[in-house]
Design a protein around this ligand. Structure first.
Ligand SMILES: Cc1cc2nc3c(=O)[nH]c(=O)nc-3n(C[C@H](O)[C@H](O)[C@H](O)COP(=O)(O)OP(=O)(O)OC[C@H]3O[C@@H](n4cnc5c(N)ncnc54)[C@H](O)[C@@H]3O)c2cc1C
Ligand SMILES: *[C@@H]1O[C@H](CO)[C@@H](O)[C@H](O)[C@H]1NC(C)=O
Ligand SMILES: *[C@@H]1O[C@H](CO)[C@@H](O)[C@H](O)[C@H]1NC(C)=O
Ligand SMILES: *[C@@H]1O[C@H](CO)[C@@H](O)[C@H](O)[C@H]1NC(C)=O
Ligand SMILES: *[C@@H]1O[C@H](CO)[C@@H](O)[C@H](O)[C@H]1NC(C)=O
Length: 537
């Protein structure tokens, strides 16, 4: 009979007077300190002793199959539960991404909670019944984050959309999870304030936290990770936690706020957040510089940052993108069709901005920048930057006219250290030139984050996918990441292993299992949680 069998879990708690018992190699170790209860080591199959969780350590999760049985319990609580076709469709996927849900990856019901307490009530029931749950905000994420791989229930927090406080002097806001970032900016504007991060127009605060969203302004204001001070979240079993009060600074233990940033709804449902806000720059202008090559452009960016300047935005558009803009006629400028950077320079006064422009001008000259254009007033600034803002529509317009009315665009999202960006982009361009595809490049250059957007026709999907995978691998080989800002979802799970290694993912899985042992929260996203899941999306 093994030690395990003698000290069964149920037998834990026996007392022992004066023995020191150390049993090796069994897991049972008891120390003597006078009269002391032997705390039985819990069985390993329930509580593995390793610091990481391998996929092979797990049994497949067991989920509730018949949600309809539980729905009356929700409605009795006064909750709004829907399953009409338009609602189901809206929560199944979106049209922006090439990564579509598989047939059958459809949610069964959608619940709209109105408060943290309601989210807690819902999760208590889901936890008890092992109901898989998809947290949902604006639905604009791009990598299969919101695919209902388990025919789950959707908890849509978009109706919790109040701005609870704007603390001007502290430069922070307290918001519910469903606040849209553009609505927030509108509310802040009369007070001379703005929110830093931006993403797809539909994005809501909690979705942005869950994907660590960033965007055009991240050069100056950082991604969501730099902008969230505290979150209120409901854990898988319904426990409500608030990660911090409202201080900017704190050494109070683990940074649980950051644990929720980029967690893609797998660790808890965020219901409230305290976020940083900024004064709208008193003076701001747009400067556009065109360069002979991408390497010249990225060298100029490196020089700008080394000079100590902090541009608000540094957006690189390659020659192909400039061609689309030129072709579309959306802007009045006729551009050279060469790599171009749109800088936004802001500061506390025109004098400060002018000083910055001088430095920028020198950086441009040192790197053979041509046509240094800067806006002299607000209207010119908006017009100049509108070229960047219209880039998306310009590329679609070009593709529809020049390739196919039904053209598709595959948007990649890799990031590498800035010094590697130009060589990576050159290698990518080489490969695209040898392929049958056309592409454009848009990069948040300050962060080494690039979106290579490839045009293709429906029947070329498999071929374009191979090319995209090569690009991601090129990024990884250059100390980069498979996703700079869009996240992993289930579309990029397989790259995460080569990016971070199996042990790092094993640590993430361990965290997931400790906080959500029934694996009900957004299953199958970021990494696999089911040993029977052999699907490569
Ligand atoms: C046109 C377009 C442009 C874009 N541009 C950018 C860009 O510039 N930068 C950028 O970073 N992204 C960009 N994106 C991607 C997208 O907008 C972001 O990923 C955004 O953060 C998603 O927010 P959402 O509210 O739509 O979240 P959703 O898509 O609803 O959800 C995203 C993830 O968050 C989880 N989640 C949702 N609500 C909660 C909650 N209450 N608690 C916990 N988890 C939750 C979901 O389970 C999911 O995993 C763009 C998308 C589009 C369509
Ligand atoms: C970015 O910041 C500027 C101020 O620098 C602001 O005017 C703008 O609305 C912000 N958002 C976007 C998407 O540009
Ligand atoms: C903790 O994480 C949040 C979110 O990423 C971040 O904004 C904050 O600066 C971090 N540090 C502290 C001390 O809270
Ligand atoms: C979020 O993004 C920023 C900038 O891209 C990065 O520095 C940070 O490590 C990310 N945080 C998380 C939790 O992914
Ligand atoms: C830009 O577009 C205009 C109008 O389509 C065209 O006349 C011009 O030659 C283009 N510029 C370049 C550099 O190709």
């Amino acid at each position: 009979m093994s030690w395990r069998r003698i000290f069964t879990w149920k037998a834990a708690g026996a007392t022992l007077a004066t023995t020191t018992l150390i049993v090796i190699p069994s897991t049972v170790i008891a120390y003597k300190y006078g009269q002391r209860t032997i705390l039985q080591a819990p069985p390993e199959e329930l509580f593995p002793h390793s610091s990481t969780t391998k996929l092979s350590d797990l049994q497949p999760p067991r989920y509730c199959r018949d949600l309809s049985r539980v729905i009356p319990e929700f409605t009795q609580l006064g909750l709004e539960v829907v399953n009409t076709k338009p609602e189901i469709d809206h929560h199944t996927g979106n049209d922006f991404t090439t990564h579509k849900p598989l047939p059958g990856e459809v949610p069964q019901y959608i619940i709209y909670p109105k408060s943290t307490a309601q989210v807690s009530q819902i999760l208590q029931i889901c936890h008890r019944e092992s109901i898989p749950v998809l947290p949902f905000s604006g639905g604009s994420s791009l990598e299969g984050h919101i695919h209902s791989t388990r025919q789950n229930l959707v908890i849509d927090t978009s109706k919790m959309s109040s701005i609870l406080a704007i603390n001007d002097d502290d430069l922070d806001v307290v918001v519910q999870s469903g606040v849209n970032w553009m609505d927030l900016n509108q509310a802040l504007q009369p007070r001379g304030l703005m929110f830093g991060p931006d993403c797809g127009p539909q994005g809501l605060i909690s979705g942005m936290i869950a994907t660590n969203a960033s965007g055009i302004n991240a050069s100056r204001y950082g991604a969501m990770s730099a902008n969230v001070i505290s979150v209120t979240a409901v854990l898988a079993d319904g426990t409500v936690v608030k990660t911090r009060q409202r201080p900017r600074k704190s050494s109070a233990g683990y940074n649980l706020t950051n644990l929720f940033v980029g967690s893609e709804g797998t660790l808890g449902i965020v219901t409230e957040a305290v976020c940083k806000v900024y004064p709208i720059p008193k003076s701001e202008t747009t400067v556009v510089v065109q360069f002979p090559s991408i390497a010249h452009a990225t060298n100029a960016v490196a020089q700008v940052f080394k000079s100590g300047m902090q541009p608000n935005a540094v957006e690189l558009l390659d020659g192909d993108m400039m061609h689309c803009l030129n072709y579309s006629g959306y802007t009045t400028n006729a551009w050279l069709e060469v790599p171009t950077i749109f800088f936004k320079i802001g500061g506390i006064s025109d004098v400060v901005v002018e000083e910055n422009i001088k430095v920028l001008n020198q950086c441009a000259k040192d790197n053979q920048g041509q046509s240094f254009i800067f806006a002299k007033n607000k209207q010119e600034q908006e017009e100049l930057f509108s070229a960047r803002k219209n880039a998306f529509f310009a590329m679609i317009n070009w593709g529809k006219n020049e390739i196919d009315e039904d053209v598709r665009i595959w948007v990649t999202d890799i990031a590498v250290p800035l010094s590697r960006l130009s060589s990576v982009l050159d290698q990518i361009n080489d490969r695209i030139q040898k392929s049958p595809f056309a592409s454009i490049i848009l990069a948040h250059a300050a962060d080494g984050n690039s979106h290579v957007d490839i045009f293709y026709k429906h029947e070329q999907r498999a071929q374009v996918e191979l090319l995209v995978n090569e690009m991601i691998e090129l990024g990884l080989a250059n100390e980069g990441t498979a996703t700079g800002e869009h996240g992993v979802g289930n579309a990029k799970r397989r790259f995460l292993e080569s990016e971070l290694g199996a042990d790092t993912i094993g640590m993430m899985r361990k965290l997931k299992m400790s906080l959500d042992p029934k694996r009900i929260l957004n299953p199958d996203k970021i990494f696999k949680i089911d040993p029977d899941d052999d699907y490569e999306y």
